[in-house]
Design a protein around this ligand. Structure first.
Ligand SMILES: NC(=O)c1ccc[n+]([C@@H]2O[C@H](COP(=O)([O-])OP(=O)(O)OC[C@H]3O[C@@H](n4cnc5c(N)ncnc54)[C@H](OP(=O)(O)O)[C@@H]3O)[C@@H](O)[C@H]2O)c1
Length: 242
């Protein structure tokens, strides 16, 4: 029986690369997306053309409770098992303290913390059956504090906290770990100048930005490391050392 991975926010960028990595392992892949329907369909086509019948797509806005519930129910019914859940979807933008609002709170906490938590809650029995793994994607910059990102930081920090708490609560059946990426890609829709890129890279001991594959490889390792739980693995070129 094929194993199954559910990746949130999988239509593009890092989530897509995780999907392609598991395509190459022959897994069933549930591609979750919110607004990127065309990209999700193209990715599913790509995967199904290599491994027929192994990719499904499912839309849900993680800010909306009823959509998270639907995502849980649809995901449970696609394949026999769910072996890995990757909470990769994220909204990322600054909220200087004078500009915080309920709306920003709902959006940033919905996709980065509340959605992932309720997704785990809804899928835990299925993951338990398969002795599965949960991989939450956080952010290496949390540990240093980032000005103007209080809501995003609270949400990702919360995701790291529940990673540790749930690692205890869901043991011994399910492992729960997090990967904290450093500077991998420019934020969606943003193009840094050469000067900005040089500044970012100058603070990274490995002297380059990361790429999608660096995170996909880390997910593959973490999800298969069955004697590791409650850990936050920084994949940041050593940025957090300096
Ligand atoms: N890129 C980096 O350098 C970097 C650095 C540190 C941490 N990270 C973390 O690594 C992960 C992947 O990064 P990325 O840059 O590839 O992510 P991204 O492009 O910013 O977001 C991934 C996907 O999240 C989905 N999403 C956003 N809001 C959503 C919502 N309300 N409901 C459902 N889905 C929603 C979007 O799906 P649709 O397009 O379908 O709407 C989007 O394509 C994220 O968790 C990010 O925080 C990335």
């Amino acid at each position: 029986m094929n194993k199954t991975i559910l990746i949130t926010g999988a239509a593009k960028r890092i989530g897509k690369e995780i999907a392609l990595t598991y395509r190459d392992l022959g897994w069933n892949i549930i591609i979750h997306y919110n607004s990127s329907k065309k990209d999700a369909e193209e990715l599913a086509q790509n995967i199904n053309s290599k491994n027929p019948g192994t990719a499904k797509i499912v839309q849900a806005n993680l800010d909306i409770d009823s959509e998270v519930k639907r995502l849980v129910e649809e995901s449970k019914n696609f394949f026999d098992s769910i072996d890995i859940l990757v909470n990769n979807a994220s909204t990322f933008y600054p909220t200087p303290i004078d500009e915080i609002s309920d709306d920003h709170w709902m959006k940033l906490v919905g996709s980065n913390l509340k959605g992932p938590l309720f997704l785990i809650s809804g899928l835990k029995d299925k993951l338990k059956e398969s002795k599965g793994s949960i991989v939450n994607i956080t952010d290496t910059n949390l540990s240093k504090g980032t000005a103007n990102f209080s809501i995003y930081s609270a949400a990702k920090g919360g995701l790291e906290s529940i990673t540790k708490g749930l690692a205890r609560e869901l043991a011994p059946d399910i492992t729960v770990n997090a990967i904290a990426p450093g500077a991998m890609l420019e934020p969606p829709g943003v193009e840094w100048t050469d000067e900005q890129k040089e500044k970012v890279v100058s603070n990274i001991p490995l002297k380059r930005m990361g790429c999608e594959k660096d995170i996909a490889n880390a997910v593959k390792f973490v999800a298969s490391a069955k004697y590791m739980t409650g850990q936050i693995i920084k994949v940041d070129g050593g940025r957090s050392l300096s």
